[in-house]
Design a protein around this ligand. Structure first.
Ligand code: ADP
Ligand code: MG
Length: 233
């Protein structure tokens, strides 16, 4: 599903250059549930943003579902994002003046789906995340965990090939974090390929494979039952 070879990425700041990703080799098969771990500033979000076609590497190759991702203009990048990827962020990124249902439906609107199908599908995904009774509510009336569930429903609504989540539990308390991770586990159990970024070992251990980033490289990459993420912290 995802294949990355010798990926490099630097950020330019004036005359200085910060080499963040220094030759990343990484592949994810369909149906996998992978976490990218590492300390703050280790390049986790940079890598996830490249995988999410929100940013581009300086060199190396990336193929997504056998499609080479390189030098795309914004129209094509946006088409690929819509077709292949669902995003979940730490800060939920919901639209505050729209109901939960309308938030979930918005990406479907941008894809040109008709209103009836849009609403039916959005309701289906709200039910899936346990929020059928909250469809008409605004984000401001919901808890952090509920908001993240809406964001997950929105990410799933177009049935993407891969769900990408950058610190999906970063703004949640411990109990709510586990509940949201259990939902993400369920989504993976149903077959979705899931890639999350986290700096928390407890969260990473709820996935099936932990890729540990350090100094711009992959320090380790192991199935969860063979590694204790906490041993790195
Ligand atoms: P993580 O998600 O692991 O905390 P990031 O990928 O966000 O790390 O950042 C890696 C490094 O790159 C950090 O030192 C960060 O300050 C720097 N960085 C991230 N984004 C930018 C940017 N747009 N411009 C310049 N430096 C950046
Ligand atoms: Mg980050």
């Amino acid at each position: 599903m995802i294949e990355i070879r010798d990926l490099h990425k630097s950020y330019q700041m004036g005359k200085n250059s910060l080499h963040v990703l220094k030759g990343i080799d990484f592949a994810v098969k369909e149906g996998e549930f992978v976490s990218i771990m590492g300390s703050s500033g280790s390049g986790k979000s940079t890598l996830l943003n490249i995988i999410g076609i929100l940013d581009e590497a300086d060199s190396g190759t990336y193929t997504l579902d056998n499609v080479p991702i390189k030098n795309l203009n914004e129209t094509i990048a946006s088409r690929y994002r819509n077709k292949f990827l669902g995003f979940v962020f730490q800060s939920f990124n919901l639209i505050n003046y729209k109901s939960a249902l309308d938030n979930v439906a918005l990406p479907l609107y941008y894809q040109g789906m008709g209103r009836k199908e849009r609403m039916e599908r959005s309701m289906y995904y709200l039910e899936k995340v346990g929020l059928a009774n909250w469809a008409k509510h605004l984000p401001s009336e919901m808890s952090g965990g509920q908001k993240q569930r809406v964001a997950i429903a929105r990410a799933l609504a177009a049935d993407p090939k891969v769900l990408l989540a950058d610190e999906p539990t970063g703004a949640l308390d411990t109990k709510t974090s586990y509940e949201v991770m259990e939902l993400i586990q369920q989504i993976n159990d149903e077959g979705k390929t899931v890639l999350i970024v986290t700096h928390e070992s407890d969260i990473a251990e709820m996935t099936k494979r932990i890729v540990f980033l350090k100094d711009g490289q992959i320090e380790s990459d192991n199935p969860v039952n063979q590694v204790r993420a906490s041993s790195y912290v």
